[in-house]
Structure formats: C-alpha cells, structure tokens
Design a protein around this ligand. Sequence first.
Ligand code: ZN
Ligand code: ZN
Length: 154
Amino acid sequence: MSMKSKSTSELKASIHRVEEICKSNKLGLTEIRKQVFEIIVKNNIPIKAYEILDKISNINNKPSHPPTVYRAIDFLIENGFVHKLNSINSFVGCFHPNAHKECYFLICKKCNIYQECCDDSLKDRISKTAIHNNFVISNTTLEIEGHCLDCSQK
Ligand SMILES: [Zn+2]
Ligand SMILES: [Zn+2]
C-alpha cells in the first residue's frame, strides 16, 4: 500500500473531474467552492477548517467570511467531492468523486498522511447489517488509525 502524495497532473485531473460533474449535474461551482476544493485537494494531509479559512484569506487578500467557507465545505461534502474525517476533525479530497458513498480511510497518527480505500465486500457487509437492523444508511466513512510504513520504521 503506497500512501504517496498526489502529483500535479492528478490534482489537475481531480479538479477537472469536479468541474465536469458539476456541469453535467447542473451544480453551481462558484468561485469560493472551487477555491475551497483546490485547497483541500492540494493539501497532502487532511486539512482543518481554520487552515482553509487562512488559505482563502491569503488567496483573496482579504479576511475570509467563515459562514461562506463553511457552506462551500458542506456543498463539497454533500456532493461527494470531499470527505470529513471526524476522528481528526479535518477534510480530505475524494479520490474518486461521485463513484461511491462508502469508503474507508487509513490514517497515519504520526504524519497524518492518509489513503482512501473502497472495498465492495465491506460495503455489502455493512448494508446487510443495516438491513438486518432496519437501518437506512445515508453515509459510511470508516476511519482506521495506525502508522504508515515510513513512520512505523522510525
Ligand atoms: Zn471518496
Ligand atoms: Zn506516517
């Protein structure tokens, strides 16, 4: 399992993919939403809300308006472009936007690098468990903490 950071072309591709998805689903990708998405995907490790606010202020050369930024983050989460990692209260870009709703994350406790993984058998297991319990799933995000190869060897 490699947990390398994304290359420039991968970043461009994920930004382009979000633009395409928004276009075909008639979702308004406003400038602020796009800026927030770019900041989240360009960060190699999960990013916190206040860090996003700081970066937005720097880009636009004026203090950011927190509610607007939070609404942009909510939009990105609702549409599956961004995930929230509750265990570390941070945001990450989705590796395959719109392709899934269930995913799980391996998060290094030391350097915060992460990997998003999808596993259909896990997904099936979870939905069967939900059906058995008369439970309707709206979103599944599993967070698994540990150490990446580099950090475990240090
Ligand atoms: Zn995802
Ligand atoms: Zn690590």
